[in-house]
Design a protein around this ligand. Structure first.
Ligand code: SF4
Length: 319
């Protein structure tokens, strides 16, 4: 079978997710050719700081920080500057590619943004790292302040398809997410935009989400595989279909649709793709180390080890 990259029809994309597992090596070869052409053999490792945790007003079904969640997570309004700086130094010293900073919540007061922008200014001055923030819906004025403070990239995920969105969240809409991304992109931010697989969506929803992400032309596409968290609405979600083979097909599709973007295997990597690193890194060029917003993960040393043992290199990206 011949696989091409760039524009794929909805049916062609769906055919990839429906491939028999025996066809996976051929699909991975095709994804690797694209990855090698645009990304070489480098894997970016990124660190994630949860700068504001819990007490969100929104009801995203997968999220431990949502108002509907009973998960026993730490809750704080803003992490200490010292902790943020400590993470920034780790990013610099371990030669990681980027410092990702997530804040729970969907809207922020100007005062909160001013305080956070001051943190970012200090962090940028001290560490000179590439900074990406995941920070809800911003007003243009708030976004300008963060840009001036040194934020390079904004993460705002679509999470799933337009059709399936109301099944995972009813407190804001998919369209609001698209509008926020477009506004930020128009202001010159790099965009990181991805989603979560395993929420109860169909394969067509995964295809629709990835095609919608492609239309945004993001610099980075994080693909998460659901980690069901106790206390959330999806605590008992059936993830039995998230075989390594299925996850790899999703990642190959993300790579073929977005040849030049960073394709990141984010949450769930350590669970669903453990032991499959040679295949994984043939497709993706980016991972997180040291855990996710509210879930633990592999430490930096082990992440570096699996990258190098799989025959790939990790390296710093200039800010
Ligand atoms: S995903 Fe974001 S917006 Fe949704 S509940 Fe969690 S913190 Fe709030």
């Amino acid at each position: 079978m011949v696989f091409h990259s760039g524009h794929l029809s909805r049916q062609e994309a769906l055919n990839i997710l429906n491939l028999p597992d025996e066809a996976l090596p051929e699909l991975i070869d095709a994804a690797y050719a694209v990855r090698k052409k645009y990304k070489g053999n480098v894997v970016n490792i990124q660190l994630l700081t949860n700068a504001r945790s819990g007490d969100c007003t929104q009801n995203c079904a997968y999220c431990a920080q949502s108002r509907a969640s009973q998960a026993g997570i730490p809750k704080y309004n803003l992490v200490s500057y010292e902790k943020l700086l400590q993470d920034g130094y780790t990013v610099r010293e371990k030669k990681l590619a980027r410092h990702c900073i997530g804040l729970s919540g969907i809207r922020f007061s100007d005062q909160e943004i001013d305080e956070f922008a001051n943190y970012i200014k200090g962090l940028k001055r001290e560490t000179q790292t590439h900074i990406c923030c995941s920070i809800g819906f911003l007003t243009p004025g708030q976004a300008e302040k963060l840009k001036a403070a040194g934020v390079n990239r904004i993460n705002h995920n679509l999470n799933t398809s337009r059709n399936f969105y109301p099944a995972i969240c009813t407190t804001h809409t998919y369209e609001e997410r698209i509008a926020n991304i477009k506004m930020l992109q128009g202001m010159g931010f790099e965009i990181c935009c991805g989603g979560i697989v395993g929420l109860g969506e169909s394969k067509t929803d995964v295809v629709d989400m990835l095609i919608a992400i492609q239309a945004i032309h993001p610099q980075s596409v994080p693909v998460n595989f659901l980690i069901p968290i106790e206390g959330t609405a999806l605590a008992n979600a059936d993830t039995s279909h998230l075989s390594a083979e299925y996850c790899l097909k999703v990642l190959c599709l993300a790579r073929l649709l977005n040849p030049k973007a960073d394709i990141r295997c984010a949450g769930g990597r350590e669970i669903y793709l453990k032991g499959k690193e040679k295949w994984l890194f043939a497709v993706v060029d980016s991972i997180f180390a040291s855990g996710y917003l509210t879930a633990g993960g592999q430490n930096i040393e082990d992440a570096v080890k699996i990258v190098t043992e799989a025959g790939f290199q990790y390296t710093i990206e200039p800010a």
